[in-house]
Write a protein of this length. Sequence first.
Length: 430
Amino acid sequence: MKLLVIGSGGREHAMVWKLAQSPHVSQLWCAPGNVGIAQERLAKNGASVECINIGAEDLPKLLAFAQEKKIELTVVGPDNPLALGIVDLFQKNSLRIWGPNQKAAQFESSKVFSQMFMEKHGIPTARAGTFADAADAKKFVAELGGKCAVKADGLALGKGVLICANIAEANKAIDDILVAKSFGVAGAKIVIQEFLEGVEISLHAICDGKTAKLFPTSQDHKRALDGDRGLNTGGMGTYCPTPFLSETELKKVGDAILNPWVRGCAVEGIDFRGILYPGIMLTKNGPRVLEFNARFGDPETQVYLTRLENDFVELLDASVNGTLDKIELKWKPQASVCVVIASGGYPGNYEKGKPIRGLDDAAKLPGVKVFHAGTALKDGQVVTSGGRVLGVTALGKDLKAAQAAAYAAVEKICFEGMQFRRDIGAKGLK
């Protein structure tokens, strides 16, 4: 099979790495890809993965490339091309593509749509309101006593959620988004949710329009600094599985969320084929969905795909074909930990072009895979080119061993200004 993967981050590197292991794949391209992706080889024939200089949101060029190369399956990584309707465009041109169509991608591209869907179809979620008017929003915040999450309606690179501890902070967040337009058109409307206390986990389920198969739990670390301090980021690390739900509890939580979601999709005429990724808060009153994403998490993908035993091509194929009910998900018994190494200053302003040393030494450690996110080549040297630079991922017999292996690999790598959290997985070890 000839495959095309769309995207350039750590998630896409993990997807390419896993797809390249399948005996079904004879040629694999990634648009636009990154340095690490270009170093991957296919298990079938040893061929290199080719990175092509087409942006993930350049839909006409991606379509033309897929047609020219007779691509048999296109795999979409990031949220933006899904929200722009890449799946609809490819399907209209009789090309097979994996990911939710534009209508289904609204679960992520519109927080307002998602919140209203949950309320309408009985999916457990936080008490919330949706607003386009700042004065109305501030009244609702006062009712909540100021402790809340203020969320821009549209896509904002994972940074459109402001957690507020009091009325002054919440009012400022409302003014920033609705009045000052700090997130541009993504903030034309907002969702305000009551602040939920508990343990936050990530769920993932692969869907084929009628069946949803649940993955094990993982836990993302959104804040920039140790102890969940600092600004929200796209994710500073993750681990899988978490100890917070037993198999039986996970099934119960999955049923409480996925069953009404599947029924709701049928009622609303939503044909969802791809990954549904709900962020969940385990509260004392039961699980609550904080929000939905319509693609693999980043860096959750890195820990899921290092543990997944299934042929990834066959899994995505079943999701596109509507035959997931015939597939059983299989997972390695080990734990996986991913530590994100970021540029100094991230998620604020940061400099690019810093030479990275120690990548080969880290890669030699047993059970370790270094996924590239924001990297580039300059004069034959790998340099930084993004906020999140690398996702250092390790398998271990248990969480403690995986964590130790990941941090041993992180210590081998250095570049000017590099930063990372030192507590990825710590909550799972308490």
